[in-house]
Design a protein around this ligand. Structure first.
Ligand code: PMP
Length: 387
């Protein structure tokens, strides 16, 4: 009865497939989880201290809507230094409550009711609901494991209609770990430009690129002003709980997007912003150390999974592998449910990330090598029955 009082779009939203699965995993004892999408490292202590000091110094009020000028300046310098991107601290940037707010802001600012948005499946679970809530219609491109989950120009061309307004990209990708290089992007650029397609580029895993440097669609001058770049501190700086991200775009986009941010959020958490300034000024060595660890774990887990008969390509980014489970004859939900039941190991069914994820599971390696080792031994026992 109370449901009838609510917005139908909200009532019809499906709960996240990840959450549903973890509620199940949490009710069991002694479960080894390779499921969670967040760093196992603690936030570097210099960041914590800077935030604590800001509170001690009574910096506990709102900041400027777009975020502290010093933080925007540091983000601007960082993007230039790391990725050769030019975004001005004054005109091209908003500090947000995580990448999550930035995703929501961009879709709401861009979409009219009935506009189509291209999503690349398997994809991060928040994109489809965010498009729907903004009145848009999600249109899916299925990325293929044989293409290392990259987007091709044929796929993009075929998905564009006269209603297409935007495309959401996420490289390095959650859940596949796939990346797009400069060469991979090149053939897409004329298509994006010809159709004036807005590119919402979620680059939250940019720092976690293991072989070669991250490339952003905003690195292409021809389309830079069509790109809304989203990133943040959650993954690279191990700051998921601080809720801090940023959104960069052309001056006009920022002026309008900032109105939504102003009215809905006011400003991102102040202590977190002071912590992030310290992270950008003096935290690179900690980021580099964490990335080095992720790379070691990636190499270890990929070879482990292939050894026990679960075909896994070597992903170049993020902290996920996306093994192919089709040889077991199980659906990804059946595989994960039985693995949990029989061996107490939790992974996420690929279908949680859209139909294109069926036949795969998402395994996070944001865990210690010791935990990964035990999990692989248990999965090997589970796989015995499928020989
Ligand atoms: N984008 C992707 C692809 C993610 O995986 C996540 C977090 N799991 C987010 C955005 C949200 O990150 P934040 O903590 O910055 O809101």
């Amino acid at each position: 009865m109370y449901e009838e009082l609510l917005n139908k779009q909200v009532v019809d939203l499906k709960p996240s497939g990840i959450r549903k699965f973890f509620d199940l995993a949490n009710t069991k004892k002694g479960v080894i989880s390779l499921g969670v999408g967040e760093p196992d490292f603690a936030t570097p202590w210099n960041i914590c201290e800077a935030a604590i000091y800001s509170i001690k110094s009574k910096k506990t009020h709102y900041t400027a809507n777009k975020g502290l000028p010093e933080l925007r300046k540091e983000v601007s310098l960082y993007l230039k230094k790391q990725y050769d991107l030019d975004y001005s601290a004054e005109k091209n940037m908003i500090i947000t409550v995580g990448g999550s707010e930035a995703i929501d802001l961009s879709l709401r600012a861009v979409l009219e009711k009935g506009d189509e948005v291209i999503l690349l499946q398997p994809c991060y679970v928040a994109y489809e609901p965010a498009v729907l809530l903004a009145g848009g219609i999600p249109k899916f491109i299925e990325l293929k494991s044989e293409n290392e989950f990259k987007l091709t120009k044929e796929q993009l061309q075929a998905a564009i209609t006269d209603k297409t307004k935007a495309i959401v990209l996420n490289f390095p990708s959650n859940p596949t770990g796939g990346v797009m290089t400069h060469e991979d992007y090149e053939p897409l650029i004329p298509i994006i430009k010809d159709h004036n397609l807005i590119v919402i580029s979620d680059e939250i895993y940019a720092e976690l690129c293991y072989d070669g440097k991250h490339c952003s669609p905003a690195n292409f001058d021809e389309i830079k002003d069509l790109v809304i770049l989203i990133s943040g501190f959650s993954k690279a700086f191990a700051m998921t709980g601080w809720r801090l991200g940023y959104l960069c775009a052309n001056e006009t986009f920022i002026a309008h997007i900032n109105k939504i941010h102003q009215y809905v959020i006011m400003s991102a958490p102040t202590a977190a912003q002071y912590g992030a300034i310290e992270g950008l000024r003096n935290g690179q060595k900690y980021v580099d150390e964490m990335v080095e660890q992720y790379k070691l774990r990636r190499n270890y887990i990929v070879s482990g999974f292939n050894r026990i008969g679960l075909k896994t390509h070597m992903p170049n980014g993020a902290f996920y592998i996306f093994p192919d489970i089709r040889k077991t004859g199980l659906t990804s939900v059946e595989f994960c449910e039985r693995l949990l039941e029989e061996q107490n190991v939790a992974c996420v069914p690929g279908s949680a990330f859209g139909n294109a994820g069926e036949g795969f599971i998402r395994v996070s390696y944001a865990y210690s090598i010791e935990e990964i080792k035990i999990a692989i031994e248990k999965i090997a026992l589970f796989m015995e029955q499928f020989k």
